[in-house]
Design a protein around this ligand. Sequence first.
Ligand code: AHR
Length: 498
Amino acid sequence: FTCTATIDPAFVIAAVPPRLFGSFVEHMGRCVYGGIYEPDHAEADVNGIRLDVVKLTKELGITTVRYPGGNFVSGYRWQDGVGPLEERPVSLDLAWRSIEPNTFGLNEFMAWARQCEIEPMMAVNLGTRGVEEACNLLEYSNFPGGTQYSDLRIKHGVTEPHNIKLWCLGNEMDAPWQIGHKTGREYGRLAAETGKAMRRIDPSIELVACGSSSERMPTFGSWEADVLDEAFDVVDFISLHAYFEHHRDDRAGFLASAHTMDQFIEGVIATCDHIAAKKRSRRKLKLSFDEWNLWYENRLVVQDHLDWAHGPRLIEDEYTVEDAVVLGSLLMSLLRHSDRVTAACLAQLVNVIAPIRTEPDTDAWRQTIFYPFALTARHARGDVLRIEPVSPNLHSETGGDVPAVDVTATHNADTGEITVFAVNRDEHQSGDLRLRLAGAIAQEVVEHTVLGGADFLATNSKQTPNRVSPRSSTSHRIDGDLLCIDLPPVSWSMIRTA
Ligand code: AHR
């Protein structure tokens, strides 16, 4: 089948926001302990940081990392994780029924983030704690010195302030499973008052209010409206969280996930703009999609049923080729909303539903989903362009009618480079994508990379860490102002022209 679209560098949505390529490190399962931090591992440095994970984290190209949770943060006492190791308590993490040794905390995380050249995105506990504790943490982190908490940081050996700019006001406070769960009004008031006080300490910070923990929550829409009624003037972002999965026998619905993500984002934008209109504000609130990914295993883990353990193996999903194709299309959804979604975090980074996997007795390896993320983060540069593909539709029970081909492109005005990202959702037929390059005649294709097209269920594992990787393709041609690209069934493609 054929799909056509026009690429015109004049049709700009927005500049690619660097923070779109964020990730997430939670004290959950083996993300921190046995993931980024494992003092006994052969690759660990003197601080216990796994250098093989640092290397892959850099290769992945992530720009920001949200920390320390997730559900974990809603019961966390940050003070337990700073200061001399021998004085740190062992505590109970009620979110994941885990034993938390507190040998990795704020200062270790900040050192790791610097090592990886990543901007931190810090979450405060608004579950069991509140305004005062959030202020104390900010004072410890960002105040230069001469006060109780800034001097405590200096006493802990960190003389320069961390200067953390991006702060999440709690996590998923709409969710009944959250410790300290609240109504939208209750949370909105707390978020507004916490944010107001935090800004008095450091007016340069940016604040993220919790949106819904999923579009499927019964309170979705009204939660955002209630929270923003209270906190609109204080916060810079509202958050979105979404996890997708391939339900049995519904490949078409799964491949349509990016369409569902588009609709979710547009619903939240509508709610933000509704509140702005009510408040006679012209401000376009930004969206932080600070948890997104695919999630299968133990999706319905009920925290109450876990056995107490330190660093248990939780939701270590192994991803397929098809998952990588869907993940590539989810990134395309984020890109085409980059005028409003200016921060996002792939949840999570290591082991826990993650692009990077580790074991104690071998080097870290890349899951299939690593590749579309890394390639998009590296090559989506300059401006995101508005594209309206004309493609036949595919139908599924869960996804409805969705175009068989999804296309997004970026244009780097400095280099003239255009990067096209395309997904073929059809599982039986190749697509013939014909792009008309208006006002920017491509001289040549400098890279054409494909993932998928066959062996949809192949994975990388400890035994076969390199079974799946992207391949180079020559199935394209430039014909006048037309760039024609062959899109194999169930595939993600990236084409760079110069
Ligand atoms: O990323 C795993 C969990 O999913 C996070 O802790 C929580 O915020 C979400 O429900």
